[in-house]
Design a protein around this ligand. Sequence first.
Ligand code: TXA
Ligand code: MG
Length: 311
Amino acid sequence: MPGAEEIREAAAILRRGGLVAFPTETVYGLGANALDAEAVERIYRAKGRPHTSPLIVHVPDAEAARALAAAWPESARRLAAAFWPGPLTLVLPKAAAIPDVVTAGLLTVGLRVPAHPVAQALLREAGVPLAAPSANRFMRISPTLAVHVRRSLGDAAEMVLDGGPSEVGLESTVVSLAGETPLLLRPGAIGREQLAGAIGSPVETADSAPAGGAHASPGMHTRHYSPATPLRLIAATDPLPAGRVAWLWWRENRESAADLRLPASPEGYARSLYRSLHEADQWSVDFIAVEPPPREAAWQAVWDRLLRAQG
Ligand code: TXA
Ligand code: MG
């Protein structure tokens, strides 16, 4: 874990407009001062990310989040109380202080209070909100280890803080509170039922709600989070594609050039998935074949990422 001196150095880089990669409990983020449009511009360049994809703004607590929102409905109060700090992003009408480059021109902003102690220490020391997407090249798998950040971004970040493996392993749940009813934009560790329970009313999903309007989420591309090697979901009883295949399994191993076993619990699987894909990507195989996980609600976020990775 980085010490106080390293945190101070990182905070100084951020305050003068530089980029710092830092650990969160979901994935590693590439941070810049969210109130400095030029600094935020550097994030887009480093990632090769189009300007149509909005960034999440990280703050140390709910009070700081509220200061960056133009409205704070009861649903926001309840979700913040239940799940912050933690793997949840709330999309709310944005305060004027947030530059357009952060939100891709939207009138809403994604706000998150991360739980990781290094992220917390950095946010408090920097004293500014941090815009931070996952610290990978656009369309690639998010990093869950500091070494993934360097491999993907080279020296685009002035500093990479190493906080060990990300505990959750998948990006935060994103829920929009900007429309009439709460809308789940990206599934994550905190599921729809948990959200609905905390708010006290149902949460819609993208397929159940009308498209466009206040909830628009231009960053959600179908193909996203992909390894460089083509990935295919293949039932254990179906033939593997021809060529050298890496078999990623949780229940049944089979004959293949290489294999990796993933945990059988949804939390364990989520924690290991990106790390396993990063690893398999290094094996120079023709395909990564993934044994489909169970089709239960607890696996929703895992399924979402696997289907996007398959494209
Ligand atoms: O777990 C996470 O959320 C990680 C860590 C670093 O905090 N960050 C992350 O950021 O996953 P990124 O940029 O890879 O994904 C942000 C996604 C966007 O693609 C978009 O779908 C959604 O969050 N988003 C951000 N701001 C939004 C807004 N104003 N309206 C709708 N969706 C928004
Ligand atoms: Mg990302």
